[in-house]
Design a protein around this ligand. Structure first.
Ligand code: GCU
Length: 428
């Protein structure tokens, strides 16, 4: 049948169906959370039980593969030869307390984008290589600390007048606008290094696969990732691993003690990076919510359907099969957390950030615990959701902070305590 005729026919027969918008009204009522059964972490796809450490290694590979094909999309296997260029060094940053360095990492043979700029602060008064935190930022490295010498990003970014981002470009007014999220001096005073990269250097946060790192890996004629291939979160996670490649060459940093951290969409990326790359010695998820730490099957706050609708570029296309159909997912997010085991993992929520489903994030940490236990670790030392601002700390740490969706000084204080505990225990 002629296509136009067919459409007219449809319009005539089912007028509302053509114009109906999918209904992704969020649910905030516990009573409305559907009954669900989580996939069993310790059961292979073929029904066999996971009983030993070596069984777990196989099951781990199986779960990783499921997240790769069904959720974030497959990351290319091909490894790139990275080139670096030092953009700046200041040995007397932060009033002499730290060395600040900027390193540009080129992803191709050309001295052009895509490249990423790593901004690094390392404590000066340390008598040993420093443990470090590595995390992506939302609006450019210049936003995390008001130092006029930090390179002002010229990459596309989401518009935000409040932060001095005009016409998708950072202006001088954006310097230091995110200091509340990056307590650089405290981190340095506590003996840690801090490395950050603007996420848009790896892939700008928009539904466009011509920019960022995706095209590097395209087959001839390819315009966008296939249904099986990675989206933007996958690329961010890959970029975190490339930043780690570089940090491992920095003599002032202890390569065995690098934590990957991220807030919100960048927390989703931190979790996926930490799950895939076991060189990260610790993983910290701050308010990562749907597609991060929160259980998808609870469909509370942001749902799979809603996130795929609002951010079609974040996940692999296969994830769309689970819109309003979470129960058919072969995984849930507790399985992502379990991929971090036996390494220390911190999951943080915020009371007023119901969109990210604090309870779903907490339950996920509980349900990941059996894998920690199988591997001889404590996991999360409670099954009761703690009151606000009362962190619980085991190999998995968890807190629900008072206040809203953010990463602030309180959150960092807990991460520093957590890192002291786990990295301190390992130090000579
Ligand atoms: C939106 C999105 C969340 C995401 C958040 C953020 O709210 O729906 O999934 O975590 O942005 O990145 O701040």
């Amino acid at each position: 049948m002629n296509y136009t005729l067919f459409l007219f026919g449809l319009l005539f027969l089912f007028p509302p169906a053509l114009f109906a918008q999918p209904d992704f009204t969020p649910n905030y009522d516990e009573e409305q959370v559907p009954d669900y059964t989580l996939p069993d972490l310790l059961l292979f796809e073929n029904g066999k039980k996971v009983e030993s450490h070596s069984d777990w290694q196989l099951r781990r590979a199986e779960i990783l593969q499921l997240f790769s094909s069904q959720v974030y999309g497959k990351t290319p296997d091909q490894s790139l030869k990275l080139r670096t260029q030092i953009l700046s060094t200041d040995k007397l940053a932060l009033n002499g307390k730290a060395t600040r360095k900027e390193v540009r990492v080129f992803f191709t043979k050309k001295n052009a984008r895509p490249y990423m700029d790593i901004l690094l602060f390392v404590p000066n008064n340390s008598n040993r290589p420093a443990p470090a935190f590595l995390g992506l930022n939302f609006y450019g490295n210049q936003t995390i600390y008001p130092d006029p010498d930090i390179t002002l990003s010229d990459q596309w970014m989401r518009a935000n007048d409040d932060f001095g981002i005009v016409n998708h470009q950072a202006t001088e007014a954006s310097r230091g606008v995110r200091v509340s999220r990056w307590p650089v001096e405290t981190i340095i005073d506590r003996g840690y290094a801090l490395a950050t990269v603007y996420c848009g250097d790896i892939d700008p946060d928009k539904n466009d696969f011509q920019d960022g790192v995706h095209p590097i890996f395209y087959k001839s004629g390819q315009q966008e990732p296939s249904d099986e291939e990675w989206g933007t979160i996958g690329a961010w996670a890959w970029g975190l691993s490339r930043a780690l490649d570089h940090l491992l060459t920095e003599e002032t940093i202890d390569g065995d003690q690098i934590a990957v951290i991220g807030h919100s969409r960048l927390g989703k990326a931190a979790l996926w990076a930490g799950a895939r790359d076991e060189r990260f010695a610790m993983v910290i998820s701050n308010n990562s919510g749907c597609g991060g730490a929160a259980l998808s099957r609870r469909a509370y706050g942001e749902t799979v359907g809603r996130i795929n609708h609002s951010f079609p570029h974040w996940f692999g296309n296969n994830f769309e099969q689970y819109n309003s159909n979470e129960s058919s997912l072969p995984v849930d997010q507790h399985m992502l957390l379990s991929l971090v085991a036996p390494r220390p993992l911190y999951v943080a929520s915020a009371k007023e950030d119901q969109w990210a489903d604090p309870k779903g994030e907490f339950l996920s940490a509980i349900h990941a615990t059996p894998v920690y236990q199988l591997l001889g670790q404590e996991g999360l030392p409670t099954t009761q959701m703690p009151p606000v601002d009362r962190p619980v700390i085991g190999t998995i740490g968890y807190h629900v902070r008072s206040g809203g969706h953010d990463i602030n000084y309180y959150d960092w204080e807990q991460y520093l305590i957590f890192a002291d505990k786990h990295f301190g225990e390992k130090s000579p």
